[in-house]
Design a protein. Structure first.
Length: 282
């Protein structure tokens, strides 16, 4: 009985989802709260720091180029893993570029590079979500969602919590170079991960495939309510947390280490407990 449970909780498909969830989540904080901390410590104006929230736009608009990534792919690694590998290489290169810049004299340039990081990261999410759907059996998808959230949140703990501790001790350049190294390790995991059975596009015509996908989507039961929920459920987080790192450091005077240990770890524990229990229930 225990062996059966262990096998169902730790098969190759779920382990791939878990480890690649880490790769998916790693860049997020590096263009959000961690970059805010870097700008705040460098005495960049609150207006400039506020504009960093616009770096979330690629995550919002990624549906615009998702059909292209679904229609066209690669032969060796396959469509899903191929796109993940390409976007991870993009994240590595742009993180190394960002590591060698300084917000005191080039805040605008850093913002542009960070926008590219967010674009590559959002594109990686597209490929990862499709990979997760293709690789998991239907009965594994609830647990797979909790594994994804666990890997994603561990990555945010690294890039949003541990990164602040490293920056406090050794500086921002080493911090972002280490994050690029972690992404390189994730690239190796992508190469070693199992290949899913990928379905061919509905049509060789990209626009015909898009029309078929939209038609299929709106045939789902209560899809309008589901779409409204997706649009609204994160609104509270967006309003409350968009400048939280700046407030904790500049407004309340906490150090980078204190923010990294308390703020990030508390949110990590709460999120992981909720995700794992929810995944098991589902």
């Amino acid at each position: 009985m225990l062996n059966s449970i262990s096998a169902s909780l730790a098969n190759k498909r779920l382990m791939a989802v878990l480890l690649l969830g880490f790769a998916s989540g790693l860049p997020l904080a590096l263009t959000n709260s961690t970059l805010q901390a870097w700008f705040t410590q460098s005495h960049v104006s609150i207006v400039s720091i506020g504009t960093l929230t616009l770096l979330g736009l690629p995550y919002t608009l990624k549906f615009l180029w998702a059909p292209l990534m679904d229609q066209y792919g690669f032969t060796k690694l396959g469509k899903r893993r191929g796109w993940m590998a390409v976007t991870q290489v993009g994240v590595i290169i742009t993180l190394l570029l960002l590591a060698n810049m300084n917000p005191e004299n080039n805040a605008l340039g850093m913002g542009v590079v960070a926008l590219f990081i967010a674009f590559f990261s959002a594109s990686q999410d597209i490929a990862y979500d499709a990979y997760r759907t293709d690789i998991l059996m239907p009965a594994e998808r609830g647990l797979g969602a909790s594994y994804m959230i666990f890997g994603y949140r561990v990555a945010i703990l690294f890039s949003g919590g541990l990164a602040l501790l490293i920056a406090d001790q050794w500086g921002w350049r080493i911090t972002y170079e280490l994050m690029a190294l972690l992404m390189f390790i994730s690239l190796i995991i992508t190469y070693k991960s199992p290949s899913p059975n990928e379905l061919p596009p509905v049509s060789t015509d990209l626009f015909a495939t898009i029309r078929a996908a939209i038609k299929d989507l709106f045939q789902r039961e209560k899809i309008v309510f589901l779409l409204l929920f997706i649009c609204l459920y994160k609104m509270g987080d967006a309003l409350a947390l968009s400048l939280m790192t700046n407030f904790l450091i500049k407004g309340l005077g906490f150090s980078l280490t204190e923010v990294g240990l308390a703020y990030k770890i508390v949110s990590f524990i709460a999120t992981i407990l909720g995700a794992f229990i929810g995944g098991l229930m589902l």
